[in-house]
Design a protein around this ligand. Structure first.
Ligand SMILES: Nc1ncnc2c1ncn2[C@@H]1O[C@H](COP(=O)(O)OP(=O)(O)OP(=O)(O)O)[C@@H](O)[C@H]1O
Ligand SMILES: [Mg+2]
Length: 170
C-alpha cells in the first residue's frame, strides 16, 4: 500500500504580529499533523539592504563591511522568523507527528519568491497575514498578500487580524 502524499502548506511569514496570528489561526483551524507537510518560509527583501547601504554611504562612503554586516543581520533575522515558527509548531505537537521544513531565502521580489516556491513545491495551500510590517495601514491587503492572492497557483488563506487600537484611531 502506498502512503497518500501529504498536503504541502506554505506559510509565508515576516516578522509581523499579523503573520504570527495567521500561523496560530492555521494551526487551530486547519492543520492536520498526520496529513500536512509544512513549509515555513520567510523572504529577506533586497530593498532592506539597499536602504541600509544608502544610509551607510552617507556616513561612511563605500564601506563594504557595513553592507556585509547588515546583510548578515537580515539573514539572521529571516532565519530566526522561520525557526521561531517551527518552534511554535513543535511546542504544540509531538516532534514525530510534525512534517516541516524551513525556508529562509533572499530575493529582490519576496512576492514572486512566495508564488514561485508554492508552484515548485506543488503547495496546495498558502497561509499568510493580510498585513505585515509595512506602512500602508489603510489598505485592506499589503502588497505581498495582494499579489500572492492574485497570482498563486493554489488557494490562499489570508488571515485578517483585527487591530482594535488601530480601528479606534481611524
Ligand atoms: N518577506 C516576506 N516573507 C514571507 N512572507 C511575507 C513577507 N512579507 C509579507 N509576508 C506575508 O504577507 C503578509 C502581508 O504582508 P504585506 O507585506 O503584504 O503587508 P504590509 O507589510 O502591511 O504592506 P507592504 O509590505 O506592502 O508595505 C504578512 O502577514 C506575511 O504573512
Ligand atoms: Mg510587507
Amino acid at each position: 500500500m502506498t502512503a497518500t502524499p501529504k498536503r504541502t502548506v506554505l506559510l509565508a511569514l515576516d516578522a509581523s504580529p499579523a503573520a504570527r496570528y495567521a500561523l496560530d489561526y492555521f494551526l487551530e483551524t486547519s492543520y492536520r499533523p498526520d496529513k500536512d507537510h509544512l513549509v515555513l518560509m520567510s523572504v529577506a527583501d533586497d530593498a532592506q539592504t539597499s536602504i541600509g547601504v544608502f544610509e551607510d554611504m552617507i556616513a561612511v562612503p563605500g564601506d563594504d563591511d557595513q553592507r556585509k554586516e547588515l546583510e548578515a543581520q537580515i539573514a539572521k533575522d529571516t532565519l530566526a522568523i522561520v525557526q521561531e515558527a517551527e518552534r511554535i509548531v513543535l511546542q504544540k505537537y509531538e516532534k514525530a507527528q510534525v512534517s516541516s521544513e524551513t525556508y529562509a531565502v533572499k530575493s529582490d521580489e519576496p512576492r514572486d519568491a512566495i508564488v514561485d516556491t508554492a508552484a515548485d513545491l506543488h503547495a496546495r495551500l498558502i497561509v499568510m497575514g493580510s498585513r505585515g510590517n509595512g506602512a500602508l495601514k489603510r489598505a485592506l491587503l499589503g502588497s505581498v498578500s495582494d499579489y500572492v492572492v492574485h497570482n498563486a497557483p493554489c488557494p490562499v488563506l489570508i488571515v485578517h487580524q483585527q487591530d482594535e487600537k488601530e480601528e479606534k484611531e481611524e
